[in-house]
Design a protein around this ligand. Structure first.
Ligand code: C2O
Ligand code: CU
Ligand code: CU
Length: 471
């Protein structure tokens, strides 16, 4: 039922809508290419090295450009890349150490870079109209004054973000801190970021972006490779799962029904590890899970499944090939950081998410995104509760994301959320008809930010709003 809804989301969007941007999108030629499963090994995106470092700061440089990469074996696909990589190179950051990234736009369209989940000053947050034109560069400054978390960076250009991300503009930004290091989680080659997304290819293996084209995006990529296999040692791993798809939701499980231990959500470690059989991620969301492969015999193959898949191709997304045992001094942490007491909210806001047929757009509170007009003004440091309701008449799920802040999910239709949602979140799923309450306090920075649906085709349509944080 819910799985069908996800596809209805795509069908409605595809049939009824024209992106209110300038462009007319060419129809795809030929039949989409698919790829045989488990033929290529998982690739981990390379780690970017600083061009220089000082006592306080690491400086990085990346140029966005058109790059030909091998995605479908034996062919090349032109993507939009950060630094020639698909997905972009991984940045490792340490709490309290500043990172400055000089991004250069060597593409042919405007771009702007956003650090998703970052507690970032407004001028560095990637407001959709703060674009870099082709040929321009700019420095993004990240202070990293927040706890360890799996963050990611991606394009956020007004009305273009969904196509740009689809064509390749996203990458990992892994923030570490001393407290997390002290937990002795699996590290180094046993700490693996995995970006899951879908894609559509034409018969020449070119990526085909059509707005709202959810059903045709039938090739699942993990770190840029179609349904790879991953040779693992028979020991514990930390997998950092990111849903980097535009519109597709994933619900992960292991083919043998085996346990996953979820240790974090979007904004960092959970208050306690959660032993589970499934992990659900809508676009933009992250979860770090521990899997102990020492429970399997050498030679065992375990498939990572997507329970939301509509076909075999979109269900069996990755295969773990268990090899020999390896030394393992990692632990499943027993004591994770506890959550502070919830402050009493003095402001309540209502947010309604829906597609509107007469507007031909996805709207927030009946309005299209207007970068010049704030929908809300939030006072710095004042606790708020947001009641986010999915009022969509077409039963389309939405996934609300707030910039600048990590919030807490209180309840869904009055029912307190489970332990997997009890930690820090920056993106929250709201099923059709549902009301989700979240506790939000903006701190640290004032200025112009956005919140939006992270189904990026919806965001590019108009499902985004400006919020000004004021002193
Ligand atoms: Cu993942 Cu506004 O972003
Ligand atoms: Cu964000
Ligand atoms: Cu949406």
């Amino acid at each position: 039922m819910r799985r069908r809804d996800l596809f209805k989301a795509g069908a409605v969007a595809g049939a009824a809508l024209v992106l209110p941007a300038q462009r007319v999108l060419a129809a795809a030629a030929g039949t989409p290419v698919t790829a045989a499963p488990f033929t290529m090994p998982l690739r981990v995106p390379p780690v970017l090295t600083p061009v220089r470092s000082t006592l306080s700061t690491d400086y990085y440089e990346m140029a966005m450009r058109h790059t030909d990469v091998e995605i479908i074996p034996g062919t090349t696909t032109r993507v939009l890349s950060y630094g020639g990589e698909f997905p972009g190179p991984t940045i490792h950051a340490l709490r309290g150490r500043r990172v400055v990234v000089r991004h250069t736009n060597n593409l042919t369209e405007d771009v702007v870079v956003h650090l998703h989940g970052g507690h970032t000053a407004a001028e560095h947050d990637g407001f959709p109209t703060d674009v870099m034109a082709p040929g321009e560069s700019r420095d993004y400054v990240y202070e990293n004054q927040q706890q360890a978390a799996t963050l990611w960076y991606h394009d956020h250009a007004h009305h273009l973000e969904s196509e740009h991300v689809f064509l390749g503009l996203s990458g990992f930004y892994l923030l570490h801190d001393a407290r997390e290091v002290a937990l002795a989680l699996p590290a180094g080659p046993y700490d693996v970021p995995m970006l899951f997304r879908d894609a559509r290819f034409d018969d020449n293996a070119a990526l085909v972006y059509n707005f709202g084209d959810v059903e045709a995006r039938n090739v699942i990529l993990v770190n840029g490779r179609p349904r790879p296999f991953f040779p693992v040692a028979a020991r514990r791993y930390r997998l950092r799962l990111l849903n980097g798809a535009n519109d597709r939701a994933f619900k992960f499980s292991l083919s043998d029904g085996g346990e996953l231990t979820q240790i974090s959500s979007d904004g960092g470690l959970l208050p306690e590890p959660v032993t589970t059989n499934t992990v659900q991620l809508f676009p933009g969301e992250r979860a770090d899970v521990l899997i102990d492969f020492s429970r399997y015999q050498t030679g065992t193959q375990v498939v990572l499944r997507n329970e939301f898949g509509e076909s075999e191709e979109t269900t069996s997304v990755l295969r773990f090939d268990v090899g020999r045992p390896a030394r393992d001094f990692s632990r499943v942490p027993r004591y994770l950081p506890s959550m502070p007491a919830l402050p009493r909210a003095s402001v309540t806001r209502d947010v309604a998410l829906a597609f509107d047929l007469s507007a031909g757009a996805f709207l927030i509170n009946g309005k299209k995104f207007d970068p010049d007009t704030p929908m809300f003004r939030a006072k710095l440091g004042v606790p708020e509760v947001w009641r986010v309701t999915n009022t969509d008449p077409y039963d389309i799920p939405h996934n609300l994301h707030l910039h600048l802040v990590q919030f807490r999910v209180l309840d869904r239709d009055g029912t307190p959320v489970g332990p997997e949602e009890a930690g820090w979140k920056d993106t929250v799923t709201v099923w059709p008809g549902e009301t989700v309450r979240i506790a939000v306090t903006f701190t640290g920075h004032t200025g112009r930010y956005v919140f939006h649906c992270h189904l990026l085709d919806h965001a590019a349509s108009a499902m985004m709003a400006r919020i000004d944080v004021v002193p």
